[in-house]
Design a protein around this ligand. Structure first.
Ligand code: UT7
Length: 334
């Protein structure tokens, strides 16, 4: 557990942001028509009403590029001003090369890039890494969280097909006024739970073969209840650690911006942290679980709608396959 210096002369803050969503909306009624499920079950057990699905011409890199283009513009910068690109994703464009190669090429970047996979905690992980690199002389680090989960979910599995959606969010992190930006954070991973949310095949442990394809080993396999239990605990403990790292309490937080995985996880975690639902940003009903894109989608929609205002303190927290978790305290201002 490490926090940023308490009295820095400048601090990493989000200078520009952008989001991207496929146009194709998949409603619960669409799923009900082809799966053994109901709108009532999905809404009651998850809070999800709709999710987005990438078209055949869209991909993780194209969504990432769209969000990043908006972020660079909103920061008042041009691609030449970006010193590093980090793409957080669990659904890379391809295994080799990394997604950042495609995104950098589409954006016309001349800088270095790499991908970071911390599943649904990826955007917060990448933001912490990118912010730290600003202290090495970089001026602007572009962090993108992008997913096309529709490509790795078994569309016949009602336990996962109803949950996940596609989308992207991007932020340009730059140094600025020390009163705003990343105040503290907490990152973690418990690899003993690696098997409760996984894609078994396609990596070095179980390379793709006719057998892995026949066994349907290239799609998400999830032990939902176990993930649920651990998620609630991880978000709560990580959020409390982040508050302690900043020497503050939940009373000083204006908005809790959690990973949008399940409304019941969000409500239980908010209750444990001690923040009322009126101060929790929720958009899971519209987009489902978009993994690493979910926190930036929730955060930047709330900024754009005027819900989050200049000077507000934000507690963001995510968890995902690994099991990874990440939380951060951010004072909004740019
Ligand atoms: O980003 C991190 C990734 N994942 C998560 O955060 C997921 C965490 N887990 C969850 O959100 C929940 O565990 C789920 C939404 C996945 C499942 O909800 P649950 O309340 O834990 O349901 P359950 O797995 O205990 O299943 C209850 C029943 C079962 O039927 P039986 O055995 O009681 O007859 C399931 O087969 O609900 C059934 N079921 C469904 N029924 C209708 C499971 N999925 C569906 C469905 N429609 N889509």
């Amino acid at each position: 557990m490490i926090s940023t210096p308490n009295n820095p002369i400048s601090r990493a803050r989000i200078r520009g942001w952008g989001i991207a969503l496929p146009d194709d909306v998949i409603t619960n009624a669409d799923l009900q028509a082809r799966l053994d499920t109901t709108d009532e079950w999905i809404v009651e057990r998850t809070g999800i009403r709709e999710r987005r699905k990438a078209s055949a011409s869209e991909s993780t890199a194209s969504l990432a590029t769209e969000a990043a283009t908006k972020a660079i513009k909103s920061a008042g910068l041009s691609p030449a001003d970006i010193d590093l690109l980090i793409v957080a994703t669990a659904t890379p464009e391809q295994l080799i090369p990394h997604t950042g190669a495609h995104v950098g090429e589409s954006l016309g970047l001349a800088c270095g890039s790499f991908d970071l996979n911390a599943a649904c905690a990826g955007f917060v992980y990448a933001s912490v890494v990118g912010s730290a690199l600003l202290n090495t002389g970089m001026s602007n680090v572009l962090v993108v969280g992008a997913e096309t989960l529709s490509r790795i979910v078994d569309q016949h599995d009602r336990g996962t097909a109803v949950l996940f959606g596609d989308g992207a969010g991007a932020a340009v992190w730059s140094l600025g006024d020390p009163d705003y930006g990343l105040l503290s954070f907490d990152l973690g991973c418990d690899g003993s739970a690696a098997d409760i949310l996984q894609i078994p095949a396609g990596g070095s442990r179980l390379p793709t073969s006719a057998e892995t394809v026949a066994n349907n080993d290239h799609v998400v396999k999830m032990q939902g209840q176990e993930v649920f239990k651990r998620a609630v605990r991880a978000i709560g403990e990580s959020a409390i650690a982040t508050l302690a790292n900043a020497n503050t309490t939940i009373d000083a937080v204006d908005w809790f911006v959690p990973h949008q995985a399940n409304i019941r996880i969000i409500e239980t975690a908010a209750n444990r942290i001690g923040i009322p639902m009126e101060r929790v940003i929720v958009n899971i009903d519209k987009y489902g679980n978009t993994s690493t894109a979910s926190i930036p989608l929730a955060l930047f929609e709330a900024v754009e709608s005027g819900q989050i205002k200049h000077g507000d303190s934000l507690l963001v927290a995510g968890f995902g396959a690994g099991m990874t978790w990440a939380s951060a305290l951010i004072r909004w201002g740019n």
